[in-house]
Ligand binder design. Structure first.
Ligand code: PLP
Length: 426
């Protein structure tokens, strides 16, 4: 590799910045494909009757839907928008699973009409709503119930979802849950498949998963005792941690092998037919596959306090540092091999003091016009982007072996006013 050039999936990042402009999201097809391959090897090919539903919320576009389809994945969507995107990309509807704690009637109708594979029931009124829609459309729908196993995983509070005090799912001991499951079993429009849980995100410890599984297995027993029905599918959610700075990434097998082993043991001991198992990884597929590329603008050196290096994007294209205090790493792409002599704080251009991308980063002497790349921004970056301060959402480029192609156009000023209306009386 040439000196002072940062390459990403064979592409010179500074050249990408020149060709497409900045700010820019760059996604590596090779890395995404490698992650899907790891999921096949460590899960799909190792265990029978398993599925991987890529969690679209992490990063989703029509091109991403195509990649997931080509690599043999299912897709987990959480909104009508994600569902629409998948369908428009020609993704097979029967491989789509729908999560979310407040699915709207119109979203449920689109799901039913298009014949998606699963709906994960996530609230007390949802089953009745879904049943009514199925009846009107004369269709059956397969469902799982999302359970909050009451496990507090060791991660940021906003990304813990499996603890009891959560807007997601049903507490396992709740009688309303059993009542809902009974209704699902008895309904001629609903095919009750099983249970779903998701303990949290960016996890490095397999113990919360195993603890959650115990809660779920108890419930599986209870359902058989009460209704004589054997749960035929379990969904373990996603949450597998990735490297942002110096985290030690664990293989999928580290999480999945002990869970599959425990399930196997349970089935043997309880004479239970082995259920299908689904997982929903998002971040671990696309997180490290993405970088964000910026141009350095104003540099403000407050002597004895801090040196601020401003870039031409910020919290609008990556809200995670402001939202979760997430920590990232980055480099000056055109000075990739220069000695790091300065400590700087990289900030965005939005009108918020909290618009800081990276604090106290070691870099070579930064100058206006340098190209700055932030690593591991592939998950929950583009998908959480906003138009705050009427900044346009940057384009997304997919790179592979030195070739690049745009998969999402950037927004220009015209895009920003496209839906504005000027009433005549103004
Ligand atoms: C139900 C569910 N499944 C899957 C995921 C994906 O998690 P991750 O991107 O951490 O793998 C989430 C994330 O919040 C989720 O809530």
């Amino acid at each position: 590799m040439e000196k002072n050039k940062l390459y990403f999936d064979g592409c010179d990042v500074t050249e990408l910045a020149k060709e497409y402009g900045t700010p820019l999201y760059v996604m590596s097809e090779t890395e995404i494909v490698n992650r899907f391959a790891a999921l096949r090897k460590e899960f799909l090919e190792k265990y029978e009757n398993t599925r991987v539903a890529y969690a679209a919320k992490a990063f989703f576009t029509m091109a991403m839907a195509k990649l997931a389809e080509r690599e043999g994945m299912c897709i987990d969507v959480v909104s009508g928008g994600e569902l629409y995107t998948a369908l428009k990309a020609g993704f097979p509807p029967e491989r789509i699973e729908f999560n979310g704690n407040n699915k709207l009637a119109k979203e449920l109708r689109l799901a039913v009409k298009s014949g998606i594979g699963r709906i994960i029931i996530d609230g007390f009124g949802e089953l009745a709503k879904l049943e009514a829609i199925c009846k009107e459309e004369n269709r059956r729908m397969s469902v799982l119930f999302r359970i909050t196993p009451g496990i507090k995983a060791d991660t940021h509070d906003y990304i813990v979802t499996g603890k009891k005090d959560s807007k997601f799912g049903f507490p396992p001991e709740d009688e309303i849950l059993m009542e809902q499951i009974r209704q699902a079993i008895e309904s001629e429009y609903i095919d009750f498949k099983g249970l779903h849980f998701h303990v949290g995100s960016q996890l490095f410890d397999n113990r919360p998963y195993l603890q959650a599984l115990e809660v779920i297995l108890e419930l599986v027993k209870k359902i058989r005792e009460k209704f004589g029905v054997e749960v035929s599918e379990l969904n373990f959610g996603g949450g597998f941690g990735i490297r942002y700075t110096d985290e030690e990434r664990r293989p999928y097998a580290y999480f999945l092998d002990p869970m599959m082993e425990r399930l196997e043991q349970f089935c043997r001991e309880e004479s239970f037919p082995h259920p299908a198992v689904v997982i929903e990884p998002g971040r671990s597929v696309v997180g490290e596959a993405g970088i964000s590329v910026y141009t350095i603008g104003q540099i403000k050196d407050i002597k004895g306090v801090r040196k601020y290096v401003s870039v031409d994007g910020g919290m609008t294209d990556n809200i995670r540092p402001a939202l979760y205090q997430s920590v990232y790493s980055g480099v000056i792409a055109n000075k990739a091999d220069e000695e790091k002599t300065e400590t700087v704080t990289v900030c965005g251009k939005c009108c918020e003091s909290g618009d800081i991308l990276i604090r106290d980063l070691q870099v070579p002497v930064p100058e206006e016009g340098d190209i700055f790349a932030v690593f591991s921004t592939g998950a929950y970056g583009y998908s959480m982007a906003s138009n705050y301060n009427r900044n346009g959402i940057p384009p997304v480029v997919l790179v592979k072996d030195g070739k690049s192609r745009m998969i999402v156009k950037g927004q220009d000023e015209e895009d920003l006013i496209r839906n504005d209306l000027l009433p005549e009386d103004l």
